[in-house]
Design a protein around this ligand. Structure first.
Ligand SMILES: Nc1nc2c(c(=O)[nH]1)N[C@H]1C(S)=C(S)[C@@H](COP(=O)(O)OP(=O)(O)OC[C@H]3O[C@@H](n4cnc5c(=O)[nH]c(N)nc54)[C@H](O)[C@@H]3O)O[C@H]1N2
Ligand SMILES: Nc1nc2c(c(=O)[nH]1)N[C@H]1C(S)=C(S)[C@@H](COP(=O)(O)OP(=O)(O)OC[C@H]3O[C@@H](n4cnc5c(=O)[nH]c(N)nc54)[C@H](O)[C@@H]3O)O[C@H]1N2
Ligand SMILES: [Mo]
Length: 742
């Protein structure tokens, strides 16, 4: 393994992105199939890329190249298989000793598997026996609330809708999902403020904005197709203003692999202004921007008077906030903030985008509300080229929520669901991710069921989460590939292998398509085209239907009939979910249809039909003696799926256990780059340590550290989460460092 850690001088994208894609296809043994498959990614007649939730341009005809999209597709279309022979060969303890990269590299699972405690091996089980086993466990629970049903965000609308229906007919709202760890604060913050919890912009707005402000997001790695929009925007003179503790290569310069000249070395400068805000400093930074706007009298008086509420009190609070306090909390100078505010003032239409750098903090809801305040103060919601753009992660995480994957469902949604399927849905709110872990740890004997994802690795407080999962009576994972969660199992355990997006989903009524909703509320169809990885795979909707039929003998829902033809499921969705009228019909339009957004039309669905300014003080930093660690993604991973050991744009090769630190901090500690350290997080309930990380001197503000997740999840205390939204605060872990011994 190479130990080289070096600066990466080039623009993001370019030839290196093409090379990396080819390597990904080679590693999966699918060069020819890979190219054929990629031609169908994000095409009107193709499948929706499982990579991320960034939208596609309507009816585009040319192949939209995306390196990390290729990796995501290649990982699914791989030629490698994890067959029962692998599990006969390796016990669960033996597999446990392998790292995440190796587990992933075993390839696609081919048959349902049951854990055999006597031998500590997974063994094949038939689908009917698997369903019967789950049904008997569920039926034996003292109350339906003893079951927990997790969802990751790749699950299609059809599967998600059936899944939540099954769970609610079974009798619980215990529906934690990956959103709880992701953009939950965006919805929680925006809903009371502007009446919607989703982004208010469409792709078209990116072609009209005068300025785009990007907070806490790394699109070069996580939403590479966004770089194409930023490139075009920069080229027509739109100003791109970035707030990020790290100088992310993908936000600085981009060479679009679709343009031959750029492949040969031409490139576009993206960010016109880059501010290395300190970790957790964005609320203060946004408040500083607003203060500069107000001091210059540059607010949009007309919009404020016509559409908003609470401006006077808000303005007084902002004007009272001392610049010194803003500077200390943001890590940026008054001059820097005034400079950024000037860009904002000169722009007639501004978009604000944000990602995990904003949501995964204790004060994330307040920060998001301050970003929305920033937009409102100059009327930047509900006009072309302007608006709020929380950039979602998983390709259908937004759609899953729309379909009812939510532990706190609206009464109105439950009313309609109960009416459409003739049953009485449970009304008591269920567990989110953090509460689910607490409940499993507190009360042994539960059933944990996961529709995708990697709960054991993605969640905080690894030790406590693992203990929680291990105290379950049964754990079940519907999945495409082997991951850590299948090995950290309950007394009984099942792995149920399913079809992926890229594969043909054949049901009694012929090949089926599924639908997804992207980050900008476009709903469209996704049609697989590859032969399934094994002839024993079932689709997610079919798995839910068979499980429901086995578990709920008295259900009035015609489960198996519904999955013969998914348009039947869509007819039901139409009856229950707002905005899906004539669902099947409207899907026929190439590129699908737009769900609409009331705030975009300046209809404020709040209690008094106005948009609200929300006043917030600066967060208090209680642990200034410690470092603040942000746990981020490398360029070679998809959440907990590790594709490789490099992080090209940050110049890291061959390592994942690294800790980025400012050279001044190294000096202060008397440490040197290249030394191995342990990180210990300090929290009210005690200390947690993760061992053996390589120090890398990096351009990051002093007092701030960065490292990759999931390796660092052991450090995130379960009770460290966002106020109101309860999203783990995995971007501000208070830690100290010590030299690693041994
Ligand atoms: N290839 C690939 N694509 C992905 C994923 C993946 O893992 N791999 N994951 C998907 C998912 S589920 C999601 S949610 C998205 C995630 O996409 P991002 O939101 O880009 O996620 P992170 O890598 O966690 O990066 C967060 C960024 O925020 C910055 N940051 C951290 N703390 C702060 C802060 O306090 N303030 C500011 N201003 N910035 C901060 C970091 O330096 C980093 O640049 O991507 C999706 N797409
Ligand atoms: N410390 C720290 N922790 C974090 C984050 C962070 O930034 N820092 N980010 C958080 C975020 S934003 C998110 S969204 C969560 C992600 O949490 P999860 O969604 O739970 O995790 P993933 O790694 O995306 O799940 C990957 C697994 O999904 C399965 N899979 C892939 N495709 C399919 C499919 O089509 N169907 C099914 N059934 N299964 C499939 C495969 O088994 C694969 O191993 O992690 C969170 N955890
Ligand atoms: Mo996410």
């Amino acid at each position: 393994m190479s130990k080289r850690i070096a600066y990466y001088p080039k623009a993001a994208g370019g030839l290196d992105a093409l090379k990396a894609s080819l390597v990904a296809l080679q590693e999966q043994g699918i060069v020819a199939k890979g190219f054929a498959t990629m031609r169908n990614a994000n095409q009107p007649e193709g499948f929706d890329c499982p990579g991320c939730a960034w939208p596609d341009r309507n009816q585009h005809s040319s192949f939209e190249f995306c390196e990390n999209g290729v990796k995501a597709v290649a990982a699914e279309a791989t030629s490698h298989r994890a067959t029962p022979a692998l599990f006969a060969d390796l016990s669960v303890s033996a597999l446990m000793a392998q790292d995440d990269y190796t587990l992933e590299a075993h390839g696609r699972l081919t048959e349902p598997l049951r854990y055999d405690a006597a031998s500590d091996h997974y063994m094949p089980i038939s689908w009917p026996d698997a369903f019967a086993l789950i049904a008997s466990h569920l039926q034996a629970l003292p109350t339906p609330d003893d079951a927990i049903f997790y969802t990751s965000g790749r699950t299609s609308n059809e599967a998600a809708f059936l899944y939540q229906l099954f769970i609610r007919e079974f009798g619980t709202n215990n529906l934690p999902d990956c959103s709880n760890m992701c953009h939950e604060p965006s919805g929680v913050g925006m809903k009371p403020q502007i009446g919607v919890g989703k982004g208010t912009v469409t792709l078209d707005d990116f072609t009209k904005a005068d300025a785009i402000f990007i907070f806490g997001q790394n699109p070069g790695t996580n939403h590479p197709r966004m770089l194409g929009e930023l490139r075009d925007a920069a080229r027509r003179g739109c100003r791109i203003v970035v707030f990020n503790p790290l100088r992310e290569r993908g936000l600085e310069r981009f060479a679009d692999p679709k343009h031959p000249l750029e492949l040969l070395g031409g490139e576009t400068k993206l960010a016109s202004h880059y501010y290395a805000v300190r970790i957790g400093g964005d609320l203060a930074a946004a408040k500083g921007l607003i203060k500069a706007v107000l001091e210059g009298g540059a607010q949009d008086e007309r919009f404020i008077a016509e559409h908003t509420e609470g401006f006077e009190a808000f303005m007084q609070d902002v004007l009272r906030e001392p610049w010194l306090a803003i500077e200390a909390a943001s890590g940026l100078s008054e001059a820097q903030l005034r400079e950024a505010a000037q860009v904002y003032i000169e722009s007639n239409a501004t978009i604000c985008t944000w990602g995990m750098g904003i949501t995964q903090h204790k004060h994330s809801v307040a920060t998001i509300q301050m970003l929305v305040n920033l937009l409102l103060v100059r009327g930047n919601i509900g006009k072309p080229g302007a608006g709020a753009c929380p950039v979602r992660g998983h390709s259908n995480v937004q759609g899953d929520r729309t379909m009812g994957i939510y532990e706190k469902p609206a009464e109105d949604f439950l009313d309609k669901l109960g009416k459409a399927f003739d049953f009485a849905p449970p009304r008591k709110h269920g567990h989110d991710v953090v509460a689910a872990i607490e409940a499993m740890a507190r009360e042994p004997g539960k059933v944990f069921f996961a529709m995708g994802g990697n709960f054991a690795a993605a969640t905080p407080d690894t030790e406590q989460t693992w203990q929680a999962l291990r105290s379950c009576a049964l754990t079940v994972h519907v999945t495409t590939k082997l991951n850590r969660s299948h090995l950290v199992h309950g007394k009984a355990a099942l792995i149920l292998p399913c079809l992926g997006r890229t594969e043909i989903d054949m049901q009694a009524g012929g090949p089926q398509g599924v639908t997804v909703e992207d980050s900008m509320s476009m709903v469209h169809i996704s049609l697989g085209m590859n032969a399934p990885a094994s002839n024993q795979l079932m689709s997610e909707p079919a798995i839910v239907a068979h499980l429901a039929a086995a578990t709920l003998p008295l259900s009035k829902t015609r489960w198996l009939w519904l999955v013969e033809d998914y348009s039947r499921i869509r007819d039901k969705i139409e009856q229950v979910v707002e905005g899906f009228g004539q669902f099947n019909e409207r899907l026929k339009a190439p590129g699908g249809f737009y769900l609409g957004n009331s705030a975009r039309e300046r209809r404020w669905q709040t209690l008094n039909s106005r948009a609200h300014f929300k006043t917030h003080g600066l967060p208090v930093d209680e642990s200034s003696a410690l470092f603040r660690l942000m746990t981020v993604r490398s360029h070679d991973q998809y959440n907990t799926t590790v594709y490789g050991m490099d992080d090209r744009y940050r110049g890291v090769w061959g390592h994942r256990r690294v800790c980025f630190i400012n050279a001044l901090d190294l000096q202060r500690l008397g440490f040197e780059a290249g030394q191995w350290i342990d990180m210990t997080s300090v929290w009210a309930d005690g200390e947690r340590t993760a061992k053996r990380f390589l120090l890398v001197a990096y351009d990051i503000p002093t007092g701030c550290l960065a490292s990759y997740f999931p390796e660092t999840n052991a450090l995130v205390p379960l009770s460290a989460f966002a106020d109101e939204a309860r999203t783990p605060a995995s971007k501000s872990v208070p830690v100290r460092l010590s030299l690693h011994i041994g």
